[in-house]
Design a protein around this ligand. Structure first.
Ligand code: FCB
Length: 457
């Protein structure tokens, strides 16, 4: 599909609001693509463990091989280059570079990321690393209860320092954490994610330790390199289903738990009072020193945006209207929330420059005669980029967009049943096939860049 034939002409027009150096990228994470789960000295992570527990992963799969990216770095970077990406966001597997989460470093693990960085830089693609995308060394879970213990904070800072010392000068940015809300809530309260616990009080304490680890990592990285530093949060703006006081109040709590609980300590140095009240006896133990540690200046804020939440207190609850459809995850497609939300957080928090570090959709893709005609994904990205460009026109300082994800991959507790990639992956052969959305994204980036060249001449 060519840009001229598609819905994209208005998009290119709207993208005039973006800076000429706006970064077009794609994102991934270690546990979801690397495979090589026990190779070259890598230690087990809590996700390796979780996959081995019966009933945890919908298709009973594991991440032993995943997309075998560990052995396919060069060809996968070639796919990124073919797309014309400016930037690539990936994560470093903590247990690959420090198998026990403390003590000895694993040189073979660092060598893998060294190869990845070399390949990216050679291809002219800016590397953006995330330090923690959920694959905690299992040994730290065993020895201290992982994120439930404050003792993890200095461990994470040591790891952050070592990565920054070795790679800082070659990285375009470092993000401390990916989506602490998911780590705490889905991992320790609802048991959908590793390590699969079910305590609200524990989850709240975990969220505070994550915030402290973020602050300690910021200090550690700053002492080792000058790389731009930030954090990645998942924001799912809450909408009241009806104009009812109860729905509004419930939406405000949902927003508090998902957005303000993390934005407030990072950018204001305090937790939101209404959520502390709401948690009551389950609220975490927090000291003034903890808050000072969390509240560090950052160079960027990463926002992962997929959908909104639709909050109804009625019985039975009112369902989200889904006028623009739902993705294969069952997530409502509601791009206008992206504009509203970016404008709102920019006004309320005056954050540093924003990157959309994840946005994308799972789709019931079909590979037919070597082609995946994923018009739904093209439409989804098109509408979200328009929403993003509108936010920028309204004054939001956004500097980049990373499509989630480069490849179909292991979608956590959904296993391999959900496909988010620009490239279709045949897991039996590891063959990658560019979907129509990949061709579309490539054409779009080319069109944006030709405008960039025109402006420069
Ligand atoms: C985000 C995660 C990412 C991926 C997408 C679909 O919450 O950061 O790893 O699973 O959702």
């Amino acid at each position: 599909m060519k840009l001229t034939e598609s819905t994209s002409a208005p998009l290119i027009e709207l993208c005039r609001s973006l800076r000429p150096d706006f970064q077009w990228g794609s994102a991934s994470s270690a546990a979801q693509i690397e495979g090589a789960a026990a190779l070259d000295g890598k230690g087990p992570s809590i996700w390796d463990r979780f996959c081995a527990e019966p009933g945890r992963i919908n298709d009973a799969s594991n991440i032993d091989v995943a997309c075998d990216h560990y052995h396919r770095v060069d060809s996968d970077v070639a796919l990124m280059q073919w797309l014309g990406l400016d930037a690539y966001r990936f994560s470093i597997s903590w247990p690959r570079v420090q198998p026990l989460g403390e003590g000895a470093w694993n040189e073979a693990g660092f060598a893998f990321y060294d190869r990845l960085l070399d390949a990216l830089l050679k291809a002219g693609i800016a590397p953006h690393a995330t330090l923690y995308h959920w694959d905690l060394p299992a040994a730290l879970h065993d020895s201290m209860g992982g994120w439930t213990s404050r003792d993890i904070v200095p461990r994470f800072a040591d790891y952050a320092h070592e990565v920054a010392r070795r790679f800082g000068s070659r990285l375009a940015s470092i993000a401390t954490l990916n989506e602490p809300w998911c780590v705490a809530t889905l991992g320790y309260e609802t048991a959908q994610f590793a390590p699969g616990l079910t305590s609200r009080a524990t989850a709240a304490q975990v969220s505070h330790h994550l915030m402290m680890a973020h602050g300690a990592a910021v200090l550690a990285v700053r002492s080792a390199c000058k790389t731009r530093l930030g954090v990645v949060l998942n924001h799912t703006p809450a909408f009241a289903a009806e104009a009812l006081e109860a729905d509004r109040r419930a939406a405000r709590i949902d927003d508090g738990l998902n957005v303000r609980w993390y934005m407030d300590p990072i950018f204001r140095g305090s937790y939101p009072a209404d959520i502390l009240d709401y948690l009551g006896a389950d609220a975490p133990q927090v000291s003034a020193e903890d808050l000072a540690l969390i509240h560090q200046p950052l160079d960027f804020l990463g926002v992962n945006f997929y959908t909104r939440s639709f909050i109804s207190t009625q019985q039975p609850p009112m369902a989200a209207p889904g006028k623009q459809g739902f993705t294969d995850m069952g997530w409502e497609i509601y791009p206008e929330a992206l504009t509203q939300h970016l404008v709102r957080i920019s006004r309320e928090y005056s954050p540093p420059p924003i990157y959309i570090t994840e946005n994308g959709m799972a789709n019931a893709d079909k590979l037919v005669d070597g082609r995946v005609a994923d018009v739904e994904r093209i439409q989804y990205v098109n509408e979200h980029l328009k929403a993003l460009a509108r936010a920028v026109a309204l004054g939001v300082d956004a500097r980049g967009y990373f499509y989630w994800s480069l490849l179909d991959n292991f979608e956590w507790n959904s296993g391999y049943t959900k496909r988010f990639g620009l490239f279709h992956v045949d897991y039996a052969t590891q063959e990658r096939v560019a979907k129509d959305s990949a061709l579309w994204y490539r054409d779009f980036i080319t069109a944006f860049k030709s405008r960039r060249t025109l402006k420069a001449s």
